[in-house]
Design a protein around this ligand. Sequence first.
Ligand SMILES: [Zn+2]
Length: 473
Amino acid sequence: MRGANGPRRSEVLDEQGESIPAPGGADSWTTADPEAGAGAAVTLLRALIREACVNDGDPASGQEIRNVRVLQRFLSGVPDGALEMQVFESAPGRASLIARVRGTDPEAPALGLLGHLDVVPVDPDGWSRDPFSGEIIDGEVWGRGAVDMLYLTAVFACVLREAALAPERPRGDLVLLAVADEEAGGEYGLHWLLREHPGALRVTEVLSESGGMRFGDHVAIGVAEKGSAGRRLIVRGVPGHASIPYGAQSAAVRLGEVMQRLALFEPAIQLGELWSRFVSARVSDPRLAERLRDPVRLDAALGELGGIAGYAHAISRVTLSPTVLRAGKTHNVIPGKGRIDLDIRTLPGTTDEEVDELLRQMLGELADRVEIRHLRGWAATSSPTDTPLYAAVERAVTAVSGAPVVPNMAAGGSDARLFRELGIPAYGFGLLGPSWSYERYREHIHGHDERIDTGSVGLALEALRRIVRDRIG
Ligand SMILES: [Zn+2]
């Protein structure tokens, strides 16, 4: 179905279902009552959680059309012509919503707010509450997606609605890109949209997820994401009957030799500007900071970073993780072939050739007997920090939180990279309360008992209002 007959587009889908109260006090987005607006964002967040758009990688899962309908209801009621809404469906139920408040000046920036509508699966046994109830307990909204990233999608939609309701149009466009399938790679979401409907996505700068947590007393803003260079190592032996193993050249045994080398191999440390900023923000002990800035002493100091050691390890080098091993099909046949799949995460600037060379280094004398094949991958991306949008984010976040910001690199990937690849600056935005350390953030996203405090929703909302005013108001 995908792409076969073009998208099915509908201006307004189903109007049934639970109604969502309109935000109060938002007659003008420049004078909106922050409390009323945060209330609307929290209500919208709970509605998005309850639709349970769980994406398990199966093309039939996700069914983001349900959250598209929630957003359509939320955005209905703005005056005619204030908002251009389009729904695109890449496959049955895999819907994305693009809603644009058109600015008065075509030369002004067009700010994209990129939020995904899907969430990852849950293991209900690990949860102490219903993961899709959206209930509020002690000031926290519970549910899968509360942090990743429905709270931001809700905040994005609220600020867009405020812009549509304002008496005056903004100078530049404000565009909500509420997309399907981020959690499984975006093939039914942003990838498809960029391929099939690039015109609908016209923006000149983008805010998305993976920011707003605290590194020490700094608020992290995402400016880069590591790349992915999947590789398959093919190991060959000689097949034979397992009852006579004498002199056998088993691919299974060779695979074990490669695994041992992998376990001992550590790619070279590569420290850039973002590393230095991370250490300055997060590490208050000057002696520890000095060791962390020294590639020779860094690894011995990693353990002292506690819960953030894994992140620090990941952003200071290319990483290699063996994920799939296969050799043999039948228990009485010595296998003639085996394979190891590697998840390799690269740094900005790492080339495919460098990855292959790294693998040959790791394999040493085994290199001639192991074939390296390329799996799916993408390059690391980064956006500069000297753009007007980054400056606006910095001003807004600091004004609302009282904390300085620190640019950071995500160890994983998100849809934002697709815009960076097009040369459009894209940042990992968000603003969480002071108790949201990086460790707490990591624990919640994709983990059990995911939840967010309503205070953080209000902080992100207020910061985004300021950014929008600053850039296109
Ligand atoms: Zn996400």
